[in-house]
Design a protein around this ligand. Structure first.
Ligand SMILES: NC(=O)c1ccc[n+]([C@@H]2O[C@H](COP(=O)([O-])OP(=O)(O)OC[C@H]3O[C@@H](n4cnc5c(N)ncnc54)[C@H](O)[C@@H]3O)[C@@H](O)[C@H]2O)c1
Length: 609
């Protein structure tokens, strides 16, 4: 968080008054930034390059404020007052008397440098010149002026009126009072600021764009569909939108420039080299929401409403009915957390369940755990007593695999060891009837290894449930190169019958969610290790700038640092991507026994809170 303006260098400082500001470029970001200022009572001179662009910017602003009025979030009179504060102009000359300018033109260094040189000439000497750049060097932009000490980065997040975070980027020459004044201004705008130095991608984009690019790569290589990639991250991680929908919101042209700059400025990390598909889409005019089409198709340019197109999956019911096998009875093998949750999920959904554990004692424990969990549902009024009893009545308890001879589906959730799983699948192959679907819940082992322990790999699939299974709405359906289309369709139909979303993906380490999530967490650790920012500010940046439900360090402490390290190691070993190498700090914390909440200490000390 920012240093209080009053305490700068021990002397009292009165924060500068910003009565009028200028915004240059009224595209995706600029129009939103104008709205932020005008909403907070600041007069704005809004500048574009041409009359047509100016009208587009004006339309974006009125569209956004009209929507706020329609939703009851803004009174009509306040909207009118807001709009009356904005003076729309073509050309930079109109900015001669503003106190601060924020530039939000396309992400090209030469363009920004030209504009800053011109702003330096036009604006009054004491005016602060700010850039909203996402990835370019603020320092390089500042040296195009004769007042680099008054140049600063003010990086808003998209959509600017909604997202709370502002990254304030201080260069080595930005003066302390300029930083303090801008921090005070951010507070006045109701924003939370984090102040950082000038590094490619700052905090949030440095952590976000590798993830976005990776997700586009998954889509480009047909690893999973756009809907499944986005659903996986929304439902598996609680993100406000999936990565491809976010690319459309950011704008593919802007995203391309950001990635390209980050690749060049950020040590040529291959993960930032833009996936070729992005450039192709930009060339084809598929820029995302702003052009009406990107990864998805929108009602019209600028609209957030997605409409069906030729890639939209056909409506489920009939499609699923074709080629799926009827599943009535389900065997669940195992007695741990996942098996227990999965038994509950199937029984509650009306399936006959055969639970196989390693003995009566284990079965009794699982029974108690399922009963306790179902009782919670009764207490909360989500389940009737009769439904609870019926669900419990549908579970048959066994300690021998032979009882799985007649089930239609087996879900294996035993210990995460390949030799154990392979032996189990070999036994299931001997015991189970032909046509059974055999599923593993492994989160890290190759499903094909398990499948090849049987004589029927076409019937083997991964069903990767998330913890806690009764609550998490996502299941990754992992198809190997030997899984039949019928088996995959059956698995997807089962997910739907459980009231969950099944996303289909290939058999690669981390599937969709972990492959996209853990490298991002690992990058956050590397950023902390490099002392670029603090754990608190990095957590704030991702929560308030990108809408994540938890910051990376909060999440790492919940998941467990040992678990996170193990997943990251596997991703690194399978994909051999140098950028995936586990952060040394993560390894050291695990070695020191700081595993997160479960040991009382991870990135934070939980014993003191
Ligand atoms: N899109 C995002 O999600 C996002 C988020 C944060 C920051 N940013 C940054 O904000 C900046 C703008 O990005 P955007 O996505 O809004 O781009 P955009 O392409 O949507 O809008 C840029 C606007 O600048 C105008 N423009 C171009 N040259 C100009 C000139 N000489 N004078 C005045 N106006 C001019 C264009 O007409 C256009 O309306 C970039 O630096 C970008 O990195 C973008």
């Amino acid at each position: 968080m920012s240093v209080a303006a009053e305490s700068i260098q021990g002397r009292p400082v009165v924060a500068r008054e910003f009565t009028s500001v200028g915004v240059v470029g009224l595209g995706t970001m600029g129009a939103g930034i104008v709205e932020v200022f005008a909403r907070n009572g600041v007069d704005v001179v809004a500048v574009e390059i041409s009359g047509a662009a100016l009208e587009r910017g004006r339309a974006t602003l009125t569209g956004s404020t009209d929507r706020a009025v329609a939703k009851g979030k803004l009174a009509e009179a306040d909207r009118d007052a807001l709009l009356s504060r904005v003076d729309f102009q073509v050309g930079l000359d109109a900015l001669h008397s503003v106190d601060l300018v924020i530039e939000a033109v396309p992400e090209h260094l030469d363009l920004k440098q030209r504009i800053f040189a011109e702003l330096d000439r036009v604006c009054k000497p004491e005016a602060i010149l700010a850039t909203n750049t996402s990835s370019l060097s603020v320092t390089e932009i500042s040296v195009a002026t004769t007042r680099p000490n008054q140049v600063i980065g003010i990086h808003f997040f998209n959509p600017a009126p909604v997202m709370k975070l502002v990254e304030v980027v201080r260069t080595v020459v930005t003066s302390a009072d300029v930083v303090a004044d801008v921090e005070a201004l951010c507070k006045r705008l109701g924003k939370v600021d984090v102040t950082i130095s000038d590094r490619a991608g700052f905090i949030a984009n440095a952590l976000l764009f590798g993830y976005l690019n990776h997700a586009v790569g998954m889509f480009e290589s047909h690893y999973a569909s756009r809907e499944d990639i986005d659903a996986a991250m929304k439902l598996g991680c609680g993100l406000p939108m999936g990565p491809l929908a976010l690319m459309d919101l950011i704008g593919l042209d802007t995203a391309y420039e950001i990635l390209d700059t980050m690749y060049r400025r950020g040590g040529r990390d291959r993960r930032h080299a833009p996936v070729p598909l992005i450039k192709q889409m930009v060339t084809a005019g598929l820029l995302g929401r702003k052009s009406g089409r990107g990864f998805y198709t929108y009602e019209r340019p600028g609209s957030p409403v997605v409409v069906p197109d030729e890639h939209t999956p056909v409506a489920t019911e009939s499609a699923l009915a074709d080629g799926t096998r009827g599943i009535m009875t389900v065997g669940v093998v195992g007695s741990g957390t996942m098996a227990t949750g999965i038994i509950e999920v199937f029984a509650k959904a009306g399936y006959e369940v055969v639970s196989v554990t390693r003995g009566a004692e284990k079965s009794a424990k699982v029974f108690e755990a399922v009963k306790t969990s179902l009782n919670k549902g009764v207490v909360r009024g989500k389940l009737s007593e009769a439904d609870r009893d019926a669900a419990l009545g549908r579970i048959n308890w066994s300690a021998t695999l032979e009882h799985l001879a007649d089930v239609d589906l087996v879900v294996e959730a035993v210990v995460e060891e390949l030799s154990v799983k392979k032996a189990l699948f070999a036994s299931l192959d001997e015991i189970c009837k032909p046509g059974v679907v055999l599923a593993t819940t492994t989160s890290s082992l190759p499903v094909i290894d398990v499948a090849m322990a049987t004589q029927r790999p076409a019937d083997v699939v991964g069903l990767h449930f998330f913890n806690p299974a009764p609550i998490m709405p996502l299941i990754e359906v992992v198809q190997t190169i030997r899984t039949s289309a019928e088996t995959t369709a059956t698995a997807k139909a089962v997910c739907a019958a459980l009231g969950k979303t099944g996303v289909v993906c290939g058999d690669r380490s981390g599937f969709i969610v972990n492959a996209l999530l853990f490298p991002y967490l690992n990058d956050a650790v590397k950023m902390l290790e490099a002392s670029y920012s603090t754990a608190d500010d990095i957590d704030y940046a991702m929560k308030l700038g990108c809408g994540y439900p938890m910051g990376p360090f909060e999440l790492l402490d919940v998941v467990g640092l040992d678990v996170s390290l193990a997943i990251q190691r596997e991703l690194y070993l399978e994909l051999r991507e140098p950028g995936f190498a586990p952060a040394p700090l993560l390894e050291h914390l695990v070695t020191a026994g700081y595993l997160g909440r479960k040991t009382g200490r991870g990135f934070r000390d939980h014993t003191r809170r």
